[in-house]
Design a protein around this ligand. Structure first.
Ligand code: ADP
Length: 372
């Protein structure tokens, strides 16, 4: 069976006319986030937020047009509210052949930072949550987006439950706790529903979590990425307008080999890596205060230097970090001036500086290293 190309999908969509504007959806620049994964296709149809649900027939027409392509087995089209373009911005691009990935900013959100790891269980979410709270302790307005749609843990770590409120049936208000606003797919699905996501659905879900949430004015939006460096992560890194990414790793060698993959992934899609955070770096004995390098320590610092990125900091392995995050009272919130919180707050200071460098320095990047 011939592969389906983005161009095929665009040609099919070019036959769908939005009668409100008398233009086809491709010429009108209404299709975003197009992903073709084997025989599965996903995209968003950007519509006037005022029209909202009234555009459902247009969404169905788009889905039907693409479904009609030979070889397509599933189509996921979602309606998203387009964001008013500034009067001075250029008109939507006319589609001609493949377009570079679109990275539309999120209105009101000054910077977006991904927290990533090459594998699960390294403490990525714990780090993301405590980093987000530590940034808010600097007086910043902070949001946390749980993009780990396969295993969302932000609701538990943030001590949040219940359903978010939708003021207009189209957008969703984020949930708030510990001084930061949060959104997670975990708020929107039933407790133990197994989640089976196909490639395009992952992107559609993320686009909605990113763009249909009333984030308000934010200095920083922290994105807790799904662990790993597969296609889903790569697509996210490519499509989300990231200011930069931090990679969390444990000191074990194997994890560090994985961390290299994490760095390589972001570099491939030109997202600046702000640096590496080493988690569970050493064990501080709660009784005698002795420091034990149980995993062999310092690997992340060396790897960072080797790979030409910065080492942002190290977080010890400590029961109080685990207990507080598992209880929904992250340590930086429950004990903001304690020893471990100060470590996260130091890391947040460094991350803040690096965000400012990226925003102020016109996207200054470190040396570009190609990793085979
Ligand atoms: P990931 O997001 O990488 O899968 P989590 O953040 O869910 O990892 O952490 C996995 C487990 O390790 C959780 O039980 C968490 O509480 C614990 N954990 C994470 N970081 C630390 C740490 N520095 N000290 C002690 N426990 C930690």
């Amino acid at each position: 069976m011939a592969d389906i190309s983005e161009a095929d999908v665009r040609r099919a969509l070019a036959t769908v006319v939005d009668t409100d504007i008398g233009q086809d959806v491709i010429s009108a620049g209404m299709i975003t986030g197009l992903v073709v994964k084997g025989s599965n296709v996903g995209f968003a149809v950007e519509v006037d937020p005022a029209k909202g649900a009234a555009k459902e027939p247009l969404r169905v027409a788009c889905e039907t047009a693409v479904m009609g392509l030979p070889g397509v087995t599933s189509v996921t089209a979602v309606l998203t509210a387009h964001h008013a373009r500034a009067a001075s911005s250029p008109p939507p691009q006319k589609a001609s052949g493949p377009k570079p990935p679109q990275k539309q900013g999120v209105p009101g959100v000054k910077s977006i930072v991904a927290v990533a790891s090459a594998k699960g269980g390294v403490g990525k979410s714990t780090t993301a949550v405590n980093l987000a709270i530590a940034l808010s302790k600097q007086g910043k307005k902070v949001g946390l987006l749980d993009a780990d749609i396969y295993g969302p843990s932000v609701p538990r770590l943030m001590g949040l439950s219940g359903k978010p409120h939708s003021p207009d049936g189209k957008t969703i208000d984020p949930m708030t706790n510990h001084g930061i606003v949060c959104m997670s797919i975990g708020f929107l699905i039933e407790g133990d529903t197994p989640m089976i996501w196909r490639g395009p659905m992952v992107m559609s879900a993320l686009e909605q979590l990113l763009r249909d949430v009333n984030w308000g004015e934010l200095d920083v939006l922290i994105v807790d990425m799904p662990p790993g460096t597969g296609d889903a992560q790569l697509t996210m890194a490519q499509r989300v307008p990231l200011t930069g990414a931090v990679v969390v790793s444990t000191p074990q060698d194997i994890a560090l080999i994985d961390a290299r993959k994490g760095l390589a992934m972001f570099r491939k899609v030109d997202v600046p890596v702000l640096g590496i955070i080493e988690n569970m770096s050493y064990f501080l004995c709660p009784n005698c205060g002795e420091r034990s390098e149980i995993f062999g320590h310092g690997g992340a610092r060396e790897t960072a230097a080797e790979l030409g990125t910065d080492f942002i900091g190290e977080i010890p392995l400590h029961m109080s970090i685990r207990e507080t995050s598992d209880d929904g009272t992250p340590i930086v919130s429950s004990d903001p001036d304690g020893e471990y919180s100060m470590i996260y707050r130091g890391i947040a200071d460094t991350v803040s500086e690096k965000i400012d460098e990226q925003l102020g320095g016109g996207g200054r990047k470190g040396p570009r290293i190609v990793i085979q």
